[in-house]
Design a protein around this ligand. Structure first.
Ligand SMILES: *Cc1c(COP(=O)(O)O)cnc(C)c1O
Length: 357
């Protein structure tokens, strides 16, 4: 992959590779770079960085949550939430393909020492009666279920939007059992753009919410954890403990402000491109893809070709200057984002055609 960087560096204005691996590859915009250069900064650990404060209050306002905290990564935001909502030995119900369970190196077991209870949220949607059957009550053999996690949009389940109704039902259940809900909303603004439902509607039904600035919103670094005031003050302490408090973080937070102010509106473009990519590639042999489930900027398909393996296919795409990611032995993910243009979609479709037919 080293040559990717080299080539990009030489041709600064034109990306030679069409990089569909993730929306995390988005480079900051010129407006972000200007804001970063001019950011008013201070020591955020001492509470002096006005740009970080501004970003946090903007995030709280846009999500409808009481308070917000700027953290280095989405993973840290999720891990802070689990840490604060649980005690050692508690159980956490989550989806078996969720980011928290599947992509965070068992961190909830290491940092919070909780027991994950993974269920299958088909299409990202929690099955309320199945969840109820899996709630542990305090007794001789278990502590208790103290947290349920939900992900919207759902990355590993193809960027699907979890409907608002699921949130309402889950809230009702959790109120009955006094269980907290954490929303991994890494791409919650994609969910809002695709469904027309504002983030403030989804957030009404959860206790905490995290989202990434560094994905489709295209900021270089950072995520935001949102929740009640006392929760955020505890999160601030645990961020420190985990080594995630930052000093003149306003330099990167400035890009986050631009991301929140001007990059949400264009997410629909990414969704339209993902849909047109999915519609075309689903016609080729070896691609198993239900295009009716493509709702946002993620396209995951099963690759089952009689003569080419997933790895070989990705290599062939690479030789045609197209990058995508293997999600498993037989699953490939394409993600659209601000640095993917119509011409990249056409290039990808042509490459599929050449390789597969
Ligand atoms: C990317 C992502 C995260 C974590 O983000 P990092 O900043 O890479 O740690 C968490 N949840 C979901 C659903 C994601 O897609």
């Amino acid at each position: 992959m080293a040559n990717v960087l080299l080539i990009n560096k030489k041709n600064k204005n034109r990306l030679v590779f069409s990089d569909f691996r993730s929306d995390t590859v988005t480079k900051p915009t010129d407006e972000m770079r200007k804001a970063m250069a001019n950011a008013d900064v201070g020591d955020d650990v001492l509470g002096d960085d006005m740009t970080v404060k501004k970003l946090e209050s903007l995030a709280a306002q846009l999500t409808g949550m009481k308070s917000a905290l700027y953290v280095p990564s989405g993973t840290m935001a999720n891990e802070l939430a689990v840490k604060i909502w649980t005690h050692e030995g508690d159980e956490v119900i989550l989806d078996s393909l969720s980011h928290i369970y599947f992509h965070e190196l068992s961190a909830i077991s290491i940092i919070s020492r909780v027991l994950p209870r993974p269920l299958n949220y088909i299409d990202g949607i929690p099955n309320i009666s199945e969840i109820e059957n899996n709630i542990s009550k305090p007794g001789p053999f278990s502590w208790k279920t103290s947290l349920i996690c939900i992900e919207n949009t759902h990355n590993h389940r193809g960027g699907m939007v979890v409907p608002l109704d699921s949130f309402k039902k889950l809230r009702k259940l959790c109120n009955n059992y006094q269980i907290k809900i954490h929303l991994d909303g890494a791409r919650i603004f994609n969910a809002a753009a695709a469904s027309g439902i504002p983030v403030t509607e989804f957030s009404r039904y959860v206790d905490s919410l995290m989202f990434c600035l560094s994905k489709g919103l295209s900021a270089p670094v950072g995520s935001i954890l949102c929740g009640p005031h006392d929760f955020i003050e505890q999160a601030r302490k645990w961020r420190r403990l985990l080594g995630g408090s930052m000093r003149q973080a306003g330099v990167i937070a400035a890009a986050g402000i631009v991301a929140l102010s001007s990059m949400r509106e264009r997410l629909g473009e990414d969704h339209a491109r993902a849909k047109s990519l999915a519609d075309e590639i689903s016609k080729f042999p070896g691609i198993c893809l239900d295009t009716s489930k493509i709702m946002t900027n993620i396209v995951i398909f099963k690759f089952e070709h009689p003569s080419i393996t997933t790895h070989e296919f990705l290599q062939k795409l690479h030789s045609k200057k197209i990058l995508a990611l293997a999600m498993s032995e037989k699953e490939i993910r394409f993600v659209t984002h601000k640095d993917i243009y119509d011409s990249d979609i056409e290039k990808a479709i042509l490459a599929f055609k050449r390789i597969l037919t």
